[in-house]
Design a protein around this ligand. Structure first.
Ligand code: ATP
Length: 235
């Protein structure tokens, strides 16, 4: 963010060997020990409306998912909206933040944390965190993963820019969406409900058909304050 304010350009990528205060959404921590992971932030200075920026987090998830698959051959997928998952566990978290005026974006920073060569996790996240090393049994060259992720990001970002929404990416996103046609628990602040995830709309919202017939038809769930969980586990 400091670099962005000091004039660093669109497309600047910052990679850290260690994060002392890695974070997720809503003040949650992100475990990022030295030397093991890919802790990076991509700076964008787009000229579209701030209302479009939250969709970039789904574009980034698509890029990480494809990049990891290309670099390692692992079977991966996306847990809506932007967790990349392998073997039912989270291998990457993404946090997108924006600095904007009412109708223009100063910058967007997309923070991406990929557990690459992690050998063990702190106990509290061990049951739902995966690393590329633990899943493949092989150490990865982190630079190669970064390169594949950014190649994929460039390709998807170009498509996103044509409409500044996900209409042209939605079908591909859904082929990677692990929640599709599965029962999800929607955790809203102060309320929790279950339904079947049908896919996303062109703004990246999750379409969920409530299990409770009296709840009415398909709901569009916005990612801001909401998490989804599987019924039997994390996905
Ligand atoms: P969800 O819990 O639905 O994934 P979220 O999108 O809010 O919600 P993030 O902000 O992406 O989650 O990540 C924060 C959470 O990820 C932490 O609360 C912790 O449970 C977990 N976590 C922290 N470090 C790691 C890590 N290195 N690998 C996998 N999971 C982690």
């Amino acid at each position: 963010k400091r670099l962005a304010e000091a004039g660093a350009g669109h497309g600047t990528l910052v990679i850290a060997e260690e994060q002392e205060a890695g974070k997720g959404r809503r003040g949650r921590g992100w475990s990022s020990p030295a030397g093991t992971g890919i802790w990076m932030t991509l700076l964008l200075k787009p000229d579209f409306s701030p209302s479009r920026a939250s969709m970039l987090t789904l574009v980034a998830a698509m890029a990480v998912e494809r990049g990891i698959r290309a670099a390692t051959g692992l079977e991966t997928g996306i847990k809506w909206p932007n967790d990349v998952v392998t073997g039912g566990k989270k291998v990457c978290g993404i946090l997108t933040e924006m600095s904007a005026e009412p109708d223009l974006i100063n910058h967007v920073v997309i923070g991406i944390g990929i557990n690459a060569n992690t050998e063990e996790f702190p106990e509290e996240i061990g049951s739902r965190a995966a690393s590329l090393y633990l899943e493949t049994g092989k150490r990865v060259k982190r630079g190669a993963v970064v390169a594949r992720v950014l190649e994929a990001f460039e390709a998807y970002y170009r498509i996103f820019l044509e409409t500044t929404d996900l209409s042209a990416l939605r079908a591909e996103y859904e082929t990677r969406l692990l929640n599709k046609n599965e029962t999800v628990c929607v955790l809203e602040p102060g309320r929790e409900w279950k339904g079947t995830a049908l896919g996303i709309d062109s703004l990246g919202r999750l379409l969920v058909k409530p299990a409770d017939p009296s709840a009415g038809g398909v709901k569009t769930v916005e990612s801001g304050e909401v998490s989804v969980r599987g019924v039997y586990g994390y996905v």
